[in-house]
Design a protein around this ligand. Structure first.
Ligand SMILES: Nc1ncnc2c1ncn2[C@@H]1O[C@H](COP(=O)(O)OP(=O)(O)OP(=O)(O)O)[C@@H](O)[C@H]1O
Length: 239
């Protein structure tokens, strides 16, 4: 299969500040790729450009961004943004929250297939027993998993997660990594996972993208350079 992501001489700048400077790299299909780099290195900027490319291709019917430096081979991209707590008065159950990921338009009911897809997505993140519980009453880790279930119910061929373990302790973070790794392999999809914690990368990812000094290095996860991990600090969202 072709590459899932191809970036060729892409530059991102805000005013005259260049964040990514003429970067080129490719990611093969069906890979679990971790994106690392210090705060401000351009990780979110990069994934936003990839997402815009896919959204742009849908409206123009072309598989390329308008500036033609980025190609993303994805019919169905799902994105889990950085964790935001929706608050104590959020009214929906976990199952209803996951159902928001379905593209059913204004139709108020769920088809049998959609109900099954919700059950499957909940089971895949081990939330089947909590389907009827209010999302507001779930723990931080359960909420993270509900966000991921909402992405999975879309049956993505490319899943992009922006620091999904930022609010989790080490054990729950590793459990989530393993779960997404299993799903990525069983569904044969691509995963792009932004992480400041690189402790698990060599064991569970296929490749890395390391953003530093305006450049992007791509390599096999087992070869992740030590200095790619050494200067990070984790930013936890306090809400
Ligand atoms: N809309 C914008 N306007 C101006 N500057 C921006 C904008 N968005 C991002 N930046 C700047 O671009 C740089 C890269 O930001 P980005 O969010 O991509 O970094 P990041 O690697 O995701 O960082 P973090 O690890 O802190 O989330 C930062 O210096 C940021 O301040």
């Amino acid at each position: 299969m072709a590459q899932q992501v191809e970036v060729s001489h892409f530059t991102a700048a805000f005013s005259d500040r260049v964040i990514l400077n003429d970067v080129s790299f490719s990611i093969p299909a069906h890979q679990f790729t971790v994106i690392v780099g210090e705060n401000g290195a351009g990780k979110t900027t990069l994934i936003k450009a990839l997402i815009q490319t896919v959204l742009g291709a849908k409206t123009t019917g072309r598989g390329q961004s308008h500036h033609e430096q980025i190609r993303v081979n994805s019919q169905n991209l799902a994105y889990v943004p950085q964790f935001r707590d929706l608050g104590d008065d959020y009214p929906l159950s976990i199952a209803s929250f996951v159902a928001l990921g379905l593209k059913k338009g204004l139709r108020p009911w769920l088809t049998k297939t959609e109900k099954e897809a919700i059950q499957t997505a909940l089971a895949q993140v081990d939330l089947a027993d909590l389907a009827k519980q209010r999302l507001a009453d779930a723990s931080g880790g359960q909420k993270q998993r509900a966000y991921i279930a909402q992405a999975l119910v879309q049956n993505p061929d490319l899943l992009i997660l922006d620091e999904p373990t930022a609010a989790l302790d080490a054990n729950h973070a590793l459990a989530l990594v393993k779960r997404v790794r299993d799903l990525q392999q069983s569904r044969q999809i691509g995963v792009l996972w932004i992480s400041h914690d690189t402790s698990w990368v060599k064991d569970f990812a296929d490749d890395y993208l390391w953003l530093h000094d305006g450049q992007v290095d791509f390599g096999l996860a087992k070869d992740l350079p030590d200095h790619a991990s050494s200067h990070h600090h984790q930013e936890v969202n306090h809400v």
